[in-house]
Structures are given as structure tokens and as C-alpha cells.
Write a protein that binds this ligand. Structure first.
Ligand SMILES: Cc1ncc(COP(=O)(O)O)c(C=O)c1O
Length: 396
């Protein structure tokens, strides 16, 4: 790939939208000397679990960290295979590689670019430990199809919900559709916690306990009866022999701080509003861009509520410009920076070096020459929306 670097700069696409509420919350935590994992993290976890309809939630430093914890919790390791999609940010596949598992890429379906259950089924072996779909762009993958494949074989389903805070499928929230879900609160996401952050959700106690442990260095302590408990070093309840610590694995420090959680609590209250605005903008784009020859617009499948983290269009062969020309002209002539989410992971240098390459996922490889993300976030002004839609129409 030899594209000018400028195209990959993301400027027009920031999700972060903060107000006075976050400012007040920040000040309060600063006055409490801004601890690491403390009472606000606990509250944020409780509220996020309730919001998604999960029994447990654990706040983490990023979705990259959360995905790694989820795969450790699922027991993925050397000798195991993890089936995932090539169309994602590299964190998704890396989480499996970091555990020492083999990454197996299954192909995507054309309408949504989400993992295709038929392709997943074809790649199952007796070593498959985890199926790891991404709910791409804000719309859930076919979880019924994927869960059916997994349940029949005792495979764990990890949902990458980085794009889907608030999205639903058949009335149930993302993060509660598989065995364990991972959210991102990075600055571009639908809700944000000061630039970085994430959350792991599950209703399975065994997975919760392993994530809790590995999030904080596999640290253990004892209750007064000498019972061994996993615990956050920074959040020990009263009545513990706090000076008795032990470690029973090679864990990480993937904790979220209280100041991030305080902001997260305010963002969670605003999430539905943010998502409503994203859907509104998506409707305007669809209305204004409909009918342009060769420009395929995003589709929301029956049963899904889309939260439009990304508004992805397809520049098909009968469009007057190629995808590259379209992106370049928008940038050079119109100063609009669009992006393409994402370069298929199996074509990246690091995965090629592991033996991956062309031919592995033909649909993803074909559509990579077509998909383009138009800027969408709740702070987009009507003027920006007018300018963008007029510019696209002009180039078409
Ligand atoms: C689909 C997907 N998964 C995982 C991640 C990683 O999230 P984070 O930046 O919070 O580590 C991202 C980030 O963009 C993403 O888009």
C-alpha cells in the first residue's frame, strides 16, 4: 500500500463530546486525590453491567487490554485456534496472537462486512477455542448464527463491541449476546473516557473472576477465615488481611482509573442521546446520497439497532472514481479527510510474516477496494453535513 500518509490522519471523525457534567465530575475526583481503581470505577461497572443487561462488568485501560483479558479468561493459548474477522482494528487479532493462539481469519458477508457464520463454520477445527466477531461500524454480527456454531462445540464467543456501545440485536444489547464482550472508550468511540478506556461484560462468573484476576496481576489475598480471593490491590474491602498478598499467574495492570470512570458515568447517561444524533446524521446521509450510481450505502439488517460508529459506503466499480481517487479528491479538492476501516489484518506485514496473505478471505479482499468511512460523530454541525454531502454528490 502506497497511500499518502495524510489520508490516514483522522481528524474529522472524533467522537469525544464533553460538557459541564464531565468537568464537575473531574473536579470532584481531583479533590479526592484521583485514585486508581476506586469507588467510581465500581459504580461505573455496576451501571454499565445494568445498561448492557450483563451480570458483571469490569473497567479496563483499553479495549485492546480487555480483548486480551477476555481471551485469557476463555483459556486461549498455544495450540488453540481463534476464529476472527480480517476487517477490524488490529487489536482484535492481536489479542489472540498475544495469548499464543493461532489466529484464523474467516470471511465477511457483503452487506455488513461482519463475520459470515458460513465461513466461520468452514474454518472450525477440533482446536477452535474462541470465535471472536467484531460488531463492525455499530451493527451487531449475526450472533444467532455464530452462537449456534459455538454452542454445539463448547466454543467461547467473545464479542468485540468497540463500535457498538448501545447497539442491540433482537432487543438485547451488544456485550450480552455472546459469552463475554469488550467495549472501547477511546476518543473516537460512541462514549469516551478521557482518550482511552474500555469495559469487559459477561454474565459468566468463571470468566468474570479470571478477567478480574488478570486485570490486576493475578493478585490474591485472604479473608479473615484464610480463604484465598482474587482482589484488586487498590480496592480491598474492609476486613481483609491486606498485608497478605500472593500472585498465582502472570497478570497485567490493565486497570481503569477513578477519574476516567467518573467521566464514563456521565458519558453513559448521554450515550443514548449521542447514538440518536449519530442515527439522525446517518439518515440525512442516506437520504441525500441515495441513488448515486455506484455508491452503495450502509444497510441495517432486520433485528439490529445500528449506532453508526462509522458510516461506511462502498465505492463500486460503476462509480466514476475508484475508491482511492474518491478519497484523494475529497481530501485534496474538498479538504475532507475520510478513512477506510480497515486494511484487512491478514494483509498487514506482521500477519503476512506469520504466513497469512491473499486468497484467505476473498470477500474482504474484494470489498477492501470499495469501503470508505464518511465522518460521523455527535458534534458534526449541519454545515459540515451539508458540505460533506454536497462534496460527495459533486464528485459523483
Ligand atoms: C473493532 C475494534 N476493536 C478493538 C479496538 C481497540 O480499542 P482500544 O483503542 O480501546 O484499545 C478498536 C479501536 O479502534 C476497534 O475499532
Amino acid at each position: 500500500m502506497d497511500l499518502p500518509k495524510a489520508i490516514y490522519e483522522l481528524e474529522f471523525n472524533h467522537g469525544s463530546a464533553y460538557g459541564e457534567e464531565e468537568l464537575r465530575a473531574l473536579t470532584e475526583v481531583l479533590r479526592a486525590n484521583a485514585p486508581s481503581t476506586g469507588p467510581r470505577v465500581k459504580k461505573f461497572e455496576e451501571e454499565f453491567a445494568a445498561y448492557t443487561g450483563s451480570t458483571y462488568a469490569l473497567a479496563v485501560s483499553s479495549a485492546t487490554a480487555g480483548l486480551q483479558l477476555a481471551l485469557i479468561a476463555a483459556g486461549a493459548g498455544p495450540g488453540d485456534e481463534v476464529i476472527t474477522t480480517p476487517i477490524s482494528w488490529i487489536s482484535t487479532a492481536n489479542a489472540a496472537a498475544a495469548c499464543g493462539a493461532k489466529v484464523v481469519f474467516a470471511d465477511v458477508e457483503r452487506r455488513t462486512l461482519n463475520l459470515d457464520p458460513a465461513s466461520v463454520a468452514a474454518k472450525i477445527t477440533e482446536r477452535t477455542k474462541v470465535i471472536l466477531p467484531v460488531h463492525l461500524y455499530g451493527q451487531c454480527a449475526d450472533m444467532q448464527g455464530l452462537n449456534e456454531i459455538a454452542r454445539a462445540r463448547g466454543i467461547t464467543v467473545v464479542e468485540d463491541c468497540a463500535h457498538t456501545a448501545g447497539a442491540t440485536q433482537h432487543g438485547r444489547k451488544a456485550g450480552a449476546l455472546g459469552d463475554i464482550g469488550v467495549f472501547s472508550f477511546h476518543q473516537q468511540k460512541n462514549m469516551v473516557t478521557l482518550g482511552e478506556g474500555g469495559m469487559v461484560t459477561t454474565s459468566r462468573k468463571d470468566l468474570y473472576e479470571r478477567v478480574l484476576s488478570y486485570r490486576s496481576l493475578c493478585c490474591r489475598t485472604y479473608d479473615p477465615k484464610g480463604k484465598y480471593l482474587p482482589i484488586d490491590q487498590n480496592a480491598q474491602p474492609m476486613g481483609m488481611r491486606y498485608w497478605w498478598l500472593d500472585f498465582d499467574g502472570i497478570g497485567y495492570n490493565f486497570r481503569m482509573t477513578d477519574i476516567q470512570a467518573a467521566v464514563g458515568l456521565e458519558q453513559l447517561k448521554k450515550l443514548e442521546g449521542f447514538n440518536r444524533r449519530r442515527r439522525e446524521i446517518a439518515e440525512i446521509y442516506t437520504r441525500r446520497l441515495k441513488g448515486i450510481r455506484g455508491l452503495r450505502l450502509p444497510e441495517t439488517l432486520a433485528g439490529n439497532t445500528h449506532v453508526f460508529h462509522i458510516y461506511g459506503v462502498f465505492v463500486e466499480p460503476d462509480f466514476p472514481l475508484s475508491k482511492e481517487e474518491f478519497m484523494w479528491k475529497l481530501y485534496m479538492d474538498k479538504r475532507i479527510k475520510v478513512w477506510s476501516h480497515y486494511m484487512p489484518i491478514h494483509l498487514s506485514s506482521v500477519y503476512r510474516a506469520m504466513g497469512h496473505g491473499e486468497g484467505e478471505c476473498p470477500v474482504a479482499e474484494e470489498l477492501f477496494h470499495q469501503y470508505v468511512s464518511l465522518p460521523i460523530h455527535p458534534r458534526l454541525t449541519d454545515e459540515a453535513i451539508d458540505y460533506l454531502t454536497a462534496s460527495v454528490r459533486e464528485l459523483a
